[in-house]
Structures are given as C-alpha cells and as structure tokens.
Write a protein of this length. Structure first.
Lengths: 312, 253
C-alpha cells in the first residue's frame, strides 16, 4: 500500500545558513498515529509547516495522498487538516460560523448535518452559537480541531495539542485523538509529553536540531523500555561465572564484584527469585541488589543530549 | 478557480459588516450629511453654480468618491490585517485556495461594502439636492471599478502593515489629501493653469472626473482617460498582490 505521507530528503535552510530541517525522510500509512518528540526549536513545527504549505522547503519532496505539495498543492492540501500550536480564533465569531467558514474555504459545499455531527463529537454542539471569546481554553482548542476536520481531511496535524492544558483536558484531547484514529484519520502530533506519545502513538519519532534521529513502532520501543537490569553486588569477587548461571543470562563484571541480569518486567515470571536461590546454592554471597530501568525519557534524553565539547 | 472558497471568504467578510451594520453605515452617512450641510448649504449658498450645476449637487459625486475611496481602503486593509493580527491568517495559507480566490473574496467584500455605503449617501443627497444622473450605467460602472481598485490598494496596505498605526497612516496621509486635491469640491478648470497641470498628476482626479461626468456630462479630463486610469490601477494592484502571495512577503514570516 502506498504511503499517505511520503517525505523524501526534506531540508529547510535559512539564509543565515542554519538548518531548521536536515534531510528528513519519513513515510506514514493511512490510519497511523505518529508522535514527534523533540525539544523546543527541534524542527517539529517546521516539518508540519512545510507539509501544510506555510514554509517553503529548500530541498526534498513531500507527497500527501500521492500529490506533491508544491506542484499539485490544491489536491494535497484538500487532504490535510491543521490544528496549530497557538489558539487562533476570531473572537467575535460564533463557533458554528467558524467551522462553516473553514469548510467553505476548502471549497466544500455546506453540510450542516456533518457540522452538527462534528460539533457533537467534540462536545461543542451546546456552544455552537457562543462567540469564541466566551469559551474556555479547552473548548477553543476543540473548536480548532473542529475547523481542521470540517472538510473531512485524511491527514490531521496536531501541533502540541495539549501544550499548557491541565491534566483532565489533556486526557480529554487524547480521547478525541483516539476517536479520530478509529475513523481512519492519519495523525501526526508533536508533543513535549513522553506520556502522551506512549499513550497514543503507533510510532514515535524523535527530532532534534532539524534531524529525525529515530522513528520506531511504539511496541518496539516499549519492548526496550520494558527491560530492566538487575545488578547484584557480591561480598567476594568471582574469578569465573559458573556455567549454569551463565546459561541463565547472568553476566559478570570485569572486576568480578558484580553480576548483571536483564529481564522483562512485563513477563509473567522474571526468574529473579529462582536466580537468587541458585546463587545461594552456588555459595555466592550477595551484598546488595539494585535495579535500573531504561525509560523513554532516558532514550529521549540520550538522543537529544548536547554532545560534550572535547577539551584539549 | 475555486469559487466556493471565494464565496466563503466573501460571506465571512460581509458578515463582519452586517454584525456592525449600524456603525458601518451611520458613521460615513453622518459625516457626509455634515459635508452637505457645511459645503452644500452654508458655503454652497454663496456659490451660484459650477459650470452650470448647483454647487450642492456638484459636490455629490466628489463626496461619494471620497467615501468610496476611504471605505474601500479601510475595509480591505482591515479585512486582511485582522487575520494577520489574530493569527488566523494561517487558515488562508494552508487551504487549497490560491491568491486569486483570497483576493477576490476580500476585495469583493470590501468593494461591496463601499458601494453600498456610497449608494446610501446618494439616497441621502437626494434629500438635500435634486441630483440628476445623466449616465446611470456609467455611474455604477465607475463606482464599482473605483471601489475595486481602491479595495485592492487597501488589501495591499493590509498585507504590508505590521501594526494598526501603519494600517491607518496611508489612508490618513495619502488617500484623504489626494481626494481633496482631486477635485472633490471644485472643478480643476477653476484652478490657475499651473495648478491645473499639477492637479492632473493626481490619479484620483481622473476617477472623480469620470464619475462626475456620469452625473452631469461634465469632465475635467476625457472620460476614456478616466477609464484607462482605473483599469491601470486595477492591473498594477493585481500584479503586486500576486507577487506578495508568490513570495510570501509579510505573509509567511
């Protein structure tokens, strides 16, 4: 199946020579949710802005639904909905008029039945005649989502949809995103919240300094994060690890004072109790035990960490 | 051409006008009534006629033009500046809508509002003066073309402006003087020959002259020249707007 989004060697270089985006390639399938993680200024919004037509790329191509965003931009943009990072609404306009306007702007015929369904699904129907300035922050953000969905796009960009919103509202947003996915909408969302990426995304991408450092299925990543390492300090250093223990996956440190054991926290049996029993059986005295888990945050931080400057 | 998009932008802009219809109409009508009272009744009472036309009636086309120019520029400039100010401009830039659709929507709405207000002023003027329109078709044609040309100019000002101050400075410092010096209240032939020559450098003179011709069959410059002037202005403004959208100048920053 051809990808709904096909980004090929995309770069954006400013006149100053700074790269906002450097050689980014990415494919997305229909109905997929991708979470783009990255610190401020990493290039997340630039990537979205290029795909949506707000920023012109220096190099590379982007195709949405098979349509090139530069040469066949009308067809490409019809497939896209954008929810911007900033809440930008005309303050004196009614909610329903806002949504109708966006639908019209995309060249679609009026369809009040669909607009009603959309506003109901976003819990905005009761507020349809309210002026946008009268709404709470969460409602305004939902109006932006309703506007972005007014022309039934196949791809939805959510640029930090939960930035600056409280926990309850954040969960409410996640629910909205899940429902959209259930309807087959492909979603790219940018976020600072690792929890958000873990909770919703099919794949997670990490971007920093304009480069896409990693794009991996969430299940794979979580497989890595689900692993824990058990570290066992010994009273007496061991010269060699008994073969039976080595077969069980134990490793011995170079100084012989520590044993290491990787296990899956999600497994039904971790094997730790049996392992400790085996150590006692081999007469190996344990001084202390500790565990260490690699989290998404660890991986993220290690990927985006500033390289240390070498000193002479 | 994506006509539903043009319609959407047009309706969106017109709804802003109708939301505040009273103040949109009341202010220009009130100021024009004051012009009629001061220039038409008070001062005009001491002026017999201009080229055979009663002074009170003579100033009607000039006053209508003054309003059309001011309203066209301010409606169109505010119309496009406000989305820039509020941030909603992104919608126009990410939609499958080209510069021509956006321009037609904004400019069409701004020109419609200006023409509506001008017609209300014309109706008001009937109450003060017995104005006779010699060429009604050309009167409407000049009115609409001028409204379109100056709405385009206003659209450019709105795209260019970075602040509300900039938005107001061009209409205040350029448009109003050009209208006053363009023969709104007098005929260019009333000026000494040198100043008549200078006045003819003012493009607004050609618009007012053509418009006045449609009322009284009197013109400072040939009617065809007036039509060419307005057509040239429309073409130049279209080219500038197209360039702004193509380069993203002051739009995609």
């Amino acid at each position: 199946m051809s990808p709904i989004i096909d980004i090929d060697h995309l770069s954006k270089r400013y006149d100053s020579g700074t790269f906002a985006l450097k050689d980014v390639s990415l494919q997305m399938q229909e109905g997929e949710i991708l979470a783009l993680l990255g610190p401020n200024g990493a290039g997340k919004t630039t990537l979205i802005s290029i795909i949506c037509g707000l920023v012109t790329p220096t190099e590379g191509t982007v195709r949405v639904g098979g349509h090139d965003i530069r040469t066949d931009w009308r067809a490409a943009r019809k497939l896209i909905g954008l929810v911007p990072q900033e809440i930008t609404l005309e303050p004196f306009e009614k909610v329903i008029d806002c949504v109708r306007f966006t639908r019209g702007l995309y060249g679609e015929a009026p369809d009040d039945a669909y607009i009603e369904k959309l506003l109901r699904s976003l819990a905005l129907w009761e507020k349809r005649d309210a002026r946008t300035r009268e709404l709470s922050g969460g409602m305004k953000r939902r109006v932006l989502i309703a506007k972005a969905l007014s022309h039934r796009p196949k791809v939805l960009f959510l640029d930090e949809p939960t930035a600056g919103v409280d926990v309850a509202l954040r969960r409410e947003m996640w629910e909205v995103v899940r429902e959209l996915r259930a309807e087959g909408v492909t979603i790219i969302l940018t976020t600072h919240y690792l929890e958000e990426a873990e909770d919703m995304a099919d794949r997670i991408g990490v971007i920093n300094r304009g480069q896409l450092l990693l794009v991996q299925p969430k299940a794979e990543l979580m497989g890595e994060f689900g692993k824990k390492r058990l570290m066992i300090d010994l009273y007496e250093p061991l010269a060699n690890l008994p073969p039976e223990l080595a077969e069980r996956g134990l490793t011995l440190s170079a100084d012989g004072r520590q044993l290491g054991y990787d296990y899956d926290t999600r497994a039904e049996r971790t094997g730790i109790a049996r392992l400790l029993g085996d150590l006692t059986a081999h007469g190996i005295a344990v001084r202390d035990v500790a565990t260490k888990q690699s989290s998404l945050e660890d991986i993220f931080m290690s990927l985006v960490a500033e390289p240390k400057k070498e000193t002479a | 051409m994506n006509w539903p998009s043009v319609k959407a932008v047009y309706h969106h802009e017109m709804s802003r006008f109708f939301r505040t219809v009273f103040q949109s109409l009341a202010s220009p009508v009130l100021s024009t009534v004051l012009y009629f009272v001061v220039f038409g009744a008070a001062i005009g009472g001491r002026i017999q006629s201009v080229e055979g036309v009663a002074y009170g009636a003579f100033i009607v086309p000039g006053l209508m033009m003054l309003t059309v120019l001011q309203q066209s520029v301010s409606n169109a400039s505010f119309g496009i500046y406000f989305p820039k100010f509020s941030g909603t401009i992104y919608e126009y830039l990410v939609a499958p809508t080209g510069w021509i659709e956006v321009t037609l929507g904004f400019v069409g709405a701004a020109a419609s509002k200006a023409v509506l207000i001008a017609l209300v002023i014309l109706l008001t003027s009937f109450w003060f003066n017995g104005v006779h329109i010699a060429h009604p078709f050309w009167m409407m044609a000049f009115l609409i073309l001028t409204a379109l040309a100056f709405s385009m100019l206003g659209f450019i000002i709105g795209l260019w402006a970075k602040s509300f101050e900039q938005l107001q400075i061009v209409p205040m410092m350029v448009i109003t003087p050009l209208v006053f010096l363009g023969g709104a209240f007098y005929s260019a032939s009333m000026l000494p020959p040198f100043w008549e020559g200078v006045a003819k450098l003012n493009p607004v003179l050609y618009l007012i002259s053509g418009f006045r011709w449609s009322f009284f069959d009197l013109a400072d410059v040939p009617v065809f020249t007036s039509l060419v002037a307005v057509a040239v202005m429309i073409v130049v403004c279209m080219a500038i707007i197209r360039w702004i959208f193509a380069t993203g100048w002051r739009l995609r920053e």
